[in-house]
Design a protein around this ligand. Sequence first.
Ligand SMILES: NC(=O)c1ccc[n+]([C@@H]2O[C@H](COP(=O)([O-])OP(=O)(O)OC[C@H]3O[C@@H](n4cnc5c(N)ncnc54)[C@H](OP(=O)(O)O)[C@@H]3O)[C@@H](O)[C@H]2O)c1
Length: 270
Amino acid sequence: MSNSTRTVVVTGASSGIGKATAAAFAAQGHKVIGTSRNPDKVAAADRVPGVEYRALDLTDNASIERFVTELGAVDVLINNAGESQAGPLAELPGPAIERLFHLNVFGPVALTQAVLPGMRERGYGRVVMVGSMLGSFPMPYRSSYAATKAALRTFATAARFEESPFGVWITSIEPGQIDTGLSERRTKYIDEGSPHTTDFGKLMAVLDAKMGQGITPEKVAKTIVAAVDSDRPRPLYAVGSNAPLMFAVRRILPRTVMERLIASAHGLKR
Ligand SMILES: NC(=O)c1ccc[n+]([C@@H]2O[C@H](COP(=O)([O-])OP(=O)(O)OC[C@H]3O[C@@H](n4cnc5c(N)ncnc54)[C@H](OP(=O)(O)O)[C@@H]3O)[C@@H](O)[C@H]2O)c1
C-alpha cells in the first residue's frame, strides 16, 4: 500500500498504540484521520503532525453515527480504541460489562460495517482489529476484557473470507504487554471485603509491573503497518510478551497445564 496515498482511520489516536500507528501511517504519506472522544483536548505533545483529529465516542451510538456520516471514502480502518477492565466475574457490575462491550466490540463492529461496502466497491480495503493476547490466553480477573478481545478477533476471523475476494482483508493483532500506561487507565471493580481481595491485588501488582517492561507502542504500530501493507494479511498477528513462544507452547500443552502456568506467572497459586 505504501506506493499510493490512502485514507486511514485510526480510532483512539490520542495516545499509546493508536498515536504510534497514526504517526507510522502519516510518515508513509497517507491521509490519516485519528479519533478521540475530545479531539480539541488532545495535548500538543500527543498531536501527530498531518493527522486530522475527529470526535468519536464508541460507547455512544449517536457519536458513531455522526462520525460515520461525515466520513468519506476509507481505505484502511484500524479499530484500536479500547479500555482495559479488571475484576472478579462475580463482582463486575452489569453496566460496566455492557459499556466495555460497547467500546471494545459493538463500536468497532459498527465502524467496520460502515466502511466495508465502500471498500468492496473500490476493490481495496484493510480492517485491523486491535485485540489483546488475553483474547487467546484468558486469565483470572480479566474475564470481561478477555471476552471482548476474543469476540472482536472472532468477528474478524469469521468474516475475512466474505470480503477478501473483493480485495478487502480483515485481520487481527493481539498485543501482549505494551508500555503505554494503559494500566493506569484500567477500570477495576472489586467489592469491599471481597474474598478475592488478596489474589486480585497480587495479580494487579504483577500486571502493572509487567506493563512497565512491555515493548513500545511503536513496535506494535510497525506490525500493524506490515499487516496492512501485505497483499494477503494473515488472520492473526501477535506481538510482545514472547508471543511466538506462547502460541507455540499452547499448541503442545494441555489446557489445564496452560491455565495453571498463566495463573502462576501472575502470582496466583492454583
Ligand atoms: N497497552 C497494552 O499493554 C495493550 C495490550 C493489549 C492490547 N491493547 C489494546 O490496544 C488498544 C490501545 O491500547 P493503549 O495501551 O494504546 O491504550 P491507551 O493509551 O489508553 O489508548 C486508548 C485510546 O482509546 C481511546 N478511547 C478510550 N475510550 C474511548 C471511547 N469511549 N470511545 C472512543 N475512543 C476511546 C482513547 O482516546 P480518548 O481518551 O482521547 O478518547 C485513547 O486514544 C486497546 O484496544 C487495548 O485494549 C493494549
